[in-house]
Design a protein around this ligand. Structure first.
Ligand code: EPZ
Length: 424
């Protein structure tokens, strides 16, 4: 098992490039189940979650290989329509195979994903949506078992805007007989890319980028290639690193990113006193003289993303005042708070609201990663904590950040990956 050993107090400056978006890749990969053939997904990040999704498709008879960020998928050998518990428990996004399998093959057996580090992760919206398209869906011994002759169009309204449920129902609807209307659809860039990819495969989808998607079912789709959009959460994480640990009057430049996808964060970083300049595919941040306290409430896209909440709290631990961070998407996504408190952060929790009182300094300590974005916030705090911080169980961060320590080293951080025996 690996840990990161971080020597705090080294300022960051320079240029870092962002990898392809994890949450786009995890939707694009199952979409290839909708048509036989060979696909190439360019700009695919080398992540644990991509490996897990690859393993899942492989168990179905699909050939998957990733070389130098090009993911080649050959679906001509698909023969199994099941997602086993052993893989689904590692990654909730495995449920994305449900829609394409039942939409194209009329059958799917997918393990219920269970919870994650910060609490329950229901899938009722996925199931209700697939049922409305005409599938029979039973829960049997921890598995979702879906069957259909051929799905038919339906009008579906999501009571909660859900990224995963929108993606699953969209992938189920493209081969259904008739027209499907999805109201209150998620508008995240990853869902926009999924819809555009499906259209490039021959699907007929209108309203892409809005909360109202209209799908005209077709009888058959064909393979296509796609270049994955940049990861907006990795982009935001490096920008917060720049705001937190940037060199006085120095610049951290994030390249191969899409500034349009991080608009909410850029506003909040300027509110906190950073200077931001943007180009087509780059963003530069000059750190604030002093970090101003800025309240944040997470929201669905294009609001402030819940996936940036932990990183924002890390920034606010070093602000000159008090800030209030509210997560309206996941009420209990605060496993990073007790770990940040070990570094000397002054944070109090009430329900889904964190009140952060900035402190003059953080003191390095050993802290535990619990989930992907919590790990990111602990690394950020370690960059500015006095002394040495050890972040344990970095397999969590390897799920969603490609070679994060190498990218931070490029910016001047003193961080190294060290193997350790946690139970030794
Ligand atoms: C996606 O998860 C992302 N994962 C998450 O990123 C992200 O935090 C989340 O969207 C919100 O933006 C991937 O794209 C692989 P949701 P997803 O369905 O689809 C509730 C990361 O760090 N809900 O949009 O699972 C749910 O409990 C990960 O990269 C239901 O009630 O999220 C939550 O409160 C973590 N019933 C809200 O909707 C359902 O059937 C939004 O969840 C589904 C969701």
């Amino acid at each position: 098992m690996d840990k990161f050993v971080i020597h705090g107090g080294y300022h960051l400056e320079g240029t870092v490039s962002v990898s392809g978006a994890k949450n786009s890749t995890l939707a694009l990969m199952p979409a290839t189940l909708l048509a036989n053939g060979v696909y190439h997904l360019f700009n695919t990040p080398h992540l644990r979650d991509v490996k897990t999704m690859s393993d899942l498709l492989h168990t179905m008879g699909v050939e998957v290989s990733l070389n130098d960020h090009v993911l080649r998928i050959d679906t001509r050998g698909i023969q199994k329509f099941e997602a086993p518990y052993e893989l689904v428990k590692k990654m909730r996004a495995s449920i994305y195979v449900l829609g394409p399998l039942v939409g194209r093959f009329g059958e799917a057996k997918v393990s219920l994903p269970g919870g994650c580090a910060w609490g329950p992760r229901p899938v009722n919206l996925h199931i209700e949506g697939i049922r409305k398209l005409g599938a029979t869906v039973e829960l049997d011994a921890g598995y979702i078992v879906a069957r259909a002759q051929r799905l038919h169009g339906a009008r579906i309204l999501f009571d909660i805007s859900s990224v995963g449920a929108t993606g699953n129902v969209l992938m189920a609807a493209v081969l259904a007989k008739g027209t499907t209307l999805i109201e209150n659809a998620a508008q995240e860039p990853e869902i926009v890319q999924l819809a555009e990819f499906l259209v490039s495969m021959g699907a007929k989808i209108h309203g892409i980028g809005t909360g109202r998607l209209e799908v005209e079912g077709v009888d058959e789709l064909h393979p296509a290639d796609v270049t994955t959009i940049p990861d907006r959460i990795e982009t935001g994480t490096f920008l917060i690193a720049g705001a937190l640990a940037g060199k006085k009057h120095g610049v951290v430049r994030v390249e191969q990113c899409n500034p349009q996808h991080v608009g909410a964060l850029l506003v909040k970083l300027e509110d906190a006193g950073a200077s931001i300049s943007v180009g087509d595919n780059w963003i530069e941040i000059v750190p604030p003289e002093e970090i101003r306290p800025v309240n944040v409430t997470t929201a669905i896209y294009p609001g402030f993303p819940t996936d940036m909440q932990a990183q924002w709290i890390a920034l606010m631990t070093r602000s000159t005042g008090t800030s209030v961070i509210t997560d309206t998407i996941y009420y209990d996504r605060f496993m990073h708070v007790p770990e940040l408190q070990r570094l000397g952060a002054n944070i109090t929790m009430k329900d889904n609201i964190a009140t952060v009182v900035g402190v003059p300094k953080l003191i390095g300590a050993t802290v535990m990663s619990t989930d992907l974005r919590a790990s990111a916030s602990l690394i950020l705090a370690g960059l500015v904590a006095e002394g040495t911080t050890e972040v344990l169980r970095v397999y969590h961060i390897d799920r969603g950040y490609e070679s994060v320590e190498k990218k931070l080293q490029l910016l001047g951080a003193r961080i190294e990956r060290v193997e350790y025996d946690e139970f030794g």
